[in-house]
Design a protein around this ligand. Structure first.
Ligand code: SF4
Length: 374
């Protein structure tokens, strides 16, 4: 089983914090990009014969800026060229200002059964500081429209650690977000990337980031309030109602292979990673054969990845599978390295699992870095 990721690198405008591969190219370029994407789907599928795909994820960028005709062409090409299981999880990322009940119904008819919306905040002051195109009200309405249209698996993204975000304001956003009919929540601390408008505002002193203690308090509040609301904390930054963890993202964390299509998309076959060109214009003129780089992971890289990704999840590392992949000596070394954190109550070990404890989640970077092979 494997997953498919499709990158749609277009947005109507750029958010102040964004350094993702996306651009504001106009409709003709978006249409030409879709042509190139379909050509890549046809070309790459020849290397996927016999593989069953159980998830599709259209991410970006903002896939919902494509016309429904272009989205329909992409889904058609995916189904014509890859073996997609009948109950596949099919996620579309959407911006709240693109969502209405009629469009959601159209997307469902294409097979979309999960919507992931970049809400980021339910505070209009924060949304303006982030350069988001939508208001808090639009985000709430978008979730309601999706559910009214019959799509019940809706995920939202939120951000904390934002300039000027107080604990009280974060609590308000969390309370309102968790009252929405959503099945899944991803929440990330703002990461300020060089060259972004928000980095310049901070450098000028126009905006000030909260200190580390405030960010940690916001994360603790996130963990506590999601738990009170009945969500499972199944990955460090991800929370789901029972039965609704993202199957697509879970596959990334357990090392399942995936095919990445589109500019800047990454693929992984278990040992080798492939990264398509991030140059959107070059991709668009590549006729389905875009320039790409590959990197074959060494055994050490794969061990480190299994430790890093496994420990980010609630289930942790499956030690039986870890030993099958890397040998019992490597598992013994991992257990020995983990012993100090186990005795400090930061890791828990059972016959089949090595995982962070509730306390360990809050210092996960330190715990994981002590186990990484250098
Ligand atoms: S919507 Fe996402 S990809 Fe687009 S500019 Fe904003 S952060 Fe970047």
């Amino acid at each position: 089983m494997a997953g498919i990721y499709v990158h749609v690198p277009f947005c109507k405008s750029r958010c102040a914090y964004c350094d993702f591969c996306s651009s504001t190219y106009a409709a003709p370029t978006r249409h030409a990009y879709t042509d190139a994407l379909i050509a890549e789907i046809q070309a790459r599928s020849q290397h996927s014969t016999g593989i069953l795909f159980r998830t599709i994820y259209l991410g970006g960028g903002t896939p919902s800026v494509l016309t429904d005709a272009d989205l329909g062409r992409i889904f058609h090409a995916l189904r014509d060229n890859f073996a997609i299981v009948p109950d596949a999880e099919i996620t579309l990322e959407a911006n709240p200002d693109d969502v209405c009940a009629a469009r959601v119904q159209t997307w469902q008819a294409m097979g979309v059964n999960r919507l992931s919306m970049g809400v980021q905040s339910l505070d209009d002051t924060m949304l303006r500081a982030l350069g988001r195109r939508h208001t808090a009200h639009q985000a709430v309405e978008a979730v309601a429209a999706a559910v009214a249209a019959g799509l019940h698996n809706v995920s939202i993204d939120l951000m904390y650690g934002l300039p000027g975000l107080t604990l009280r304001a974060w609590e308000r956003t969390l309370t309102e977000a968790l009252a929405l009919p959503v099945t899944h929540l991803s929440a990330y601390c703002l990461s300020v990337e060089d060259g972004t408008p928000i980095a310049a505002s901070i450098a000028r002193g126009d905006l000030t980031l909260p200190d580390d203690e405030t960010c940690e308090a916001q994360y603790r509040m996130l963990v506590g309030k999601t738990r009170e609301a009945g969500f499972t904390h199944y990955e460090i930054s991800n929370f789901a109602r029972p039965g609704f963890p993202s199957r697509h993202n879970s596959a990334y964390w357990d090392g399942t292979p995936y095919v990445g299509l589109g500019a800047a998309a990454h693929s992984f076959d278990g040992t080798t990673r492939r990264a398509n060109t991030t140059d959107i214009r070059r991709y668009t003129t590549s006729a389905g054969n875009p320039p790409f780089d590959t990197e074959t992971l060494s055994v050490r890289d794969r061990i480190n990845e299994a430790i890093f990704l496994g420990l980010r999840t609630y289930e942790g590392i499956n030690t039986k599978i870890f030993a099958e992949r890397f040998g019992t000596d490597t598992l013994r070394r991992l257990s020995a390295d983990a012993a100090p954190a186990i005795s400090r109550g930061l890791l828990r070990q059972s016959p089949e699992r090595l995982a962070l404890t509730e306390r360990g989640v809050f210092v996960s970077d330190d715990v994981i870095s002590d186990l990484i092979l250098v």
